[in-house]
Design a protein around this ligand. Sequence first.
Ligand SMILES: Cc1ncc(COP(=O)(O)O)c(C=O)c1O
Length: 409
Amino acid sequence: MTISRMAEFLKESPTLCLNQKAAEFKRLGKPIIHLGGGEPKSKAPESAIIATKNLLNSGEVRYSPASGIPDLKKAVIKYTEKNYFHKFSSENIIISSGAKQAIMVALQAILNPGDEILYPSPYWVSYPEMAIICGAKGIPINTEQNGFIPKIEDFEKSFNANTKAVIINSPNNPSGKVYPKEFIRQIIEFCEQKNIYLIMDDIYNELIFDEKKKVNPLEFVSDLSADSKLIITNGVSKAFAMTGFRIGWAIANPVLITAMTNIQAHQTSGPSILGQVGALAALEGEQREIEDLRLNLQHNRNILLDLLKSIPNIEIIRPEGTFYSFVNFSKIENDSVKLAKLIMDKTFVLTVPGIDFGSEGYLRISYCGSIEEITEGINRIKWLLDPNSPNEYYLQDRVLVKDNQLIGI
Ligand SMILES: Cc1ncc(COP(=O)(O)O)c(C=O)c1O
């Protein structure tokens, strides 16, 4: 059978294989602990559920306009005004099926085959694959030597005539790092000077901990005219725990929004009307859930960090937002797929290999689950990786047995 070159080129994610394995283990009754998750466990806002139910009960579940319903655009404008202190108009907004589609159609609207996009590494798994779908190339900018904070000089070094855009995601999936205000100022200036697009993937910008503050890119943008090349993407998935509603949006200049709408119209049409009505109700609600979730995740992060301290020979980089930590296990095992598989096979704990995010030697460990899951999951990993721990780990109705030779410790 032949498939397109592009489809052949897209990688099957090791995460997907591990997820399948976890599902299979679960089916077999194994005590799986999921520390690989990418979604909050809290419930969607009550207002979103009621609004969606009401529409469903009416039976009038129809197509929406390709760029989304006007009321939701108005709610996004209000939300953006409150968070970014600038009032956009509805011509600046497209509603998409998740922030993922908003980013995808933005890239499809700005990239030609052979173009390049720059983004800090570690990066969200979808950026390189989205570039491939556009016939373009993703260029990761390594940040490992600088505690996962990108340096503007590295973007300058990687820039060439093919560079069309930069993507910045802060707080960052997978590192949890919040990029400093100074870097955001520099990258905006860099993109304006080079006349290239800047996509600010702000999907986690409500989930920032401690004294850190979200950075408003609009503070530094000199051009918000019709020619502006700034694209801001966001959505209800993470902050409102509404991943399954599949609603996100992009804010950009009206010409680009029209181009994105044309692409989206032929790709999926407008996003599901049920999702949009739910997102509208969430945005129009009190939004108390966001602060509850943020505090909850901050507490989980603190517990995770305390637990991780007891594992010898790992390096912990303190997450400042999101619900991910990116932990360096390279002194124990540098092959992250091998290590994640071993942890899964021996302890039934699911983590995500760092190589998926462009960094070998790391595992992404999520703390969006319950305290019990986090504690039990890390205890099992510690048991497996600590050469001084006993050979057996007792669970209620079974015993896990390790083999230190397997990981060379
Ligand atoms: C960095 C980043 N951007 C965008 C998205 C997409 O979010 P959505 O569920 O709105 O498509 C995700 C989801 O995991 C993400 O981690």
